[in-house]
Design a binder for this molecule. Structure first.
Ligand SMILES: [Zn+2]
Length: 199
């Protein structure tokens, strides 16, 4: 593993209602923590995220583990639980995922007001002007694993292209939209390679 994770701090606690484990680290010069909480119910006080400290103040999510991928494999809350022992492996997994994200450019895309408004437009034209979409961690991972990487191209006329349709060295991308795709971008349909569980 080339991603170095330097431990800074950790915190753990357990009651009959919930237990939690937080591991604070440094990865590629960023402060990153894995924060996992296991409550009695899978939809209350339960979650597993890796977060990065932005601007020295707030934390924003880098990656998360879907509830289904870990919750059912962990014991019910009890003061006798050792959170570090139970949740440590998941924390490690989250931090490795975070390290991978931070190592792949662009590490931290920034969102201009124009891009924020463009995403507003994307949501509105795809699902209506009162559309709402909640994308869970499994969807995020699935989307990341299929098709091209997300590229956002801001055109000189103020329009914005969001695309996953091109390989990274396609002329359309390398010219930031000035040249056309060379028609050599081809991503196999997921149904032809893997079957996504829809449970
Ligand atoms: Zn292309």
């Amino acid at each position: 593993m080339t991603n170095r994770i330097i431990d800074h701090d950790q915190d753990a606690g357990a009651t009959s209602q919930r237990y939690h484990y937080t591991r604070v680290t440094e990865i590629h010069g960023h402060t990153v923590r894995a924060r996992i909480q296991r409550g009695i119910y899978n939809n209350v006080n339960s979650g597993a995220v890796a977060e990065i400290r932005a601007n020295g103040m707030s934390w924003s999510t880098l990656t998360a583990a879907g509830i289904d991928s870990w919750w059912y494999d962990t014991p019910k809350p009890s003061p006798d639980i050792d959170p570090a022992a139970v949740l440590g492996p998941l924390a490690e997994q989250l931090l490795c995922g975070a390290a991978e994200i931070l190592a792949s450019p662009p590490a931290m895309p920034t969102l201009s007001v124009h891009l924020y408004r463009a995403i507003n437009g994307l949501l509105a034209i795809s699902g209506g002007f009162t559309d709402e979409a909640r994308i869970d961690p499994d969807d995020i991972a699935w989307a990341y694993a299929h098709g091209g990487a997300l590229h956002i191209i801001e055109h000189p006329d103020g329009s914005v292209t969001f695309t996953k349709a091109h390989r990274d060295d396609c002329p359309f991308l390398t010219s930031a939209g000035a040249r056309d795709c060379d028609d050599e971008c081809d991503f196999p349909h997921p149904a032809d390679t893997t079957h996504r569980s829809t449970s």
